[in-house]
Design a protein around this ligand. Structure first.
Ligand code: PMP
Length: 420
């Protein structure tokens, strides 16, 4: 790093310390626990450190990352449009009939009047929320919301006091906030939640939140990144799961999970989407979504819509694996989503990292989730099943977890009440 001689603090000084997110891992140049290098294309088996591992850490819920029809469309489109065409933002030279058709199809799938594409879910969340929240408006957010929602909320409010946080999935906590902001309310109120909470696998209490937002005249934004394509009888997400999609004011998803692509979509009434279209800076001032994605996403949406068998298999894999882990004595959270969270006793970092190493060295690739991604005092494994995993892979996985338990003499009970 270039050294500069100055009598003031150098803004780069912090880079020499172990501060910041994952600072210890950065300083140790770790590539085992954080940013591991995977040397193979997505699938249920992937190569890590030169060895094949059963992969339980990709957001490929319906197994569409391997789909040959989608790949074929992407290749043909790239031949015609290049990898990034059309060039330009939607408002100038980057809009096409295909973008408009995809938006119409997504709106119809999400049972909303209209929808708008973004280049990432992150940008969609920021653009949507920041465009709607004005000077006197209040944002109320679930404590466990994804970083992109937190960033959007912070960016959107003009005064930090206009951002309030309720305890995760706690309706009393939410109602208290709604009551209190209504006392001297000058603007609108927007509630932000996830649909399926991606890190823990539990889901929003959507019917109860809809009741509250209607009782207190607020609006509701749901980021259903992990539920879109997955939850509900036809994969339309948590709104369909609860039968309240019509009461969700803004429904957002990324394409980075079940849709195995890049981009995001906000779906809402035509009026609201038109507003977002003309006011969301992350959309207005960004190049439009490349045609490779737009065209392949139209095919993906078709497969997701008709993906009943894939969803059935996904939940079957999830249940088989989580039941097997519980039988072995592991603490597996009981969640309606397919995500499996295995909690490490005491939330102990060293034990947790030891488990990761044991499991990876013995043939499984799992993601460890720890602070600051989840609250301090918790350590867990997030297992993400896909519709493509085989029964044999599930059995092998359970055998490896059994060996971990037996060889390491693990005490597996977990006290979650110790965690705020
Ligand atoms: N919301 C949630 C809940 C997520 O897990 C993610 C991460 N993919 C995002 C938003 C951001 O989506 P993207 O990767 O498309 O920016």
């Amino acid at each position: 790093m270039t050294q500069i001689q100055t009598k003031y603090i150098d803004i780069f000084d912090k880079c020499k310390t172990n501060e910041g997110y994952f600072g210890d891992f950065r300083v140790s140049e770790d590539q085992y626990f954080v940013s591991p290098v995977l040397d193979s294309v997505p699938g249920t088996v992937m190569s890590f450190n030169g060895q094949d591992k059963i992969m339980w850490a990709t957001n490929n819920y319906l197994g569409l990352a391997e789909n040959e029809d989608i790949k074929k469309i992407a290749v043909e489109t790239a031949k015609e449009w290049g990898v990034s065409g059309p060039m330009g933002c939607r408002m100038v030279s980057g809009n096409t009939r295909e973008h408009v058709l995809l938006e119409e199809e997504l709106a119809s799938f999400a049972e909303k009047e209209s929808s708008i594409l973004f280049n990432f879910g992150y940008l969609g969340i920021i653009g949507t929320i920041a465009s709607l929240v004005g000077k006197d408006d209040i944002v109320i957010m679930d404590k466990l919301c994804h970083a992109s929602i937190i960033d959007a909320a912070k960016l959107a409010v003009s005064d930090p006091r206009n951002l309030r946080v309720f305890r995760h999935n706690d309706m009393n906590s939410l109602e208290k906030l709604l009551k209190s902001v209504n006392k001297n309310r000058k603007g609108g109120v927007l509630i932000l939640t996830e649909g399926v909470y991606g890190m823990t696998g539990d889901i929003v209490k959507l019917d109860a939140i809809c009741d509250l937002k209607e009782k207190y005249d607020a609006r509701l934004f749901v980021d259903d990144a992990h539920g879109f394509g997955v939850m509900g009888p036809s994969g339309k997400g948590v709104g369909e799961h609860f039968g309240v999609q019509d009461r969700v004011d803004i429904y957002l998803s990324t394409f980075a999970k079940a849709f195995t692509a890049i981009g995001g979509v906000s779906a809402a009434s035509k009026e609201v989407v038109d507003w977002i279209h003309y006011n969301a800076r992350t959309q207005i001032f960004a190049k439009s979504l490349p045609m490779v994605y737009v065209k392949s996403l139209r095919k993906t949406l078709e497969l997701v819509s008709s993906g009943h068998d894939r969803r059935h298999r996904l939940f079957q894999v999830s249940q088989k694996l989580s039941n097997g882990l519980r039988e072995l004595g592991y603490f597996v959270a009981d969640t309606p989503s397919p995500i499996i969270s295995v909690y490490v006793p005491g939330g102990d970092l060293q034990i947790g990292l030891h488990w990761v190493r044991y499991l990876r060295d013995n043939g499984l690739f799992l993601q460890a989730v720890m602070y600051p991604v989840i609250p301090r005092g918790l350590f867990m494994f997030r297992i993400i099943p896909t519709a493509s995993h085989t029964d044999e892979q599930i059995d092998t996985t359970l055998q490896i977890f059994k060996r971990l338990r037996d060889e390491q003499g693990l005490k597996l009970n977990v006290n979650l009440s110790a965690v705020d």
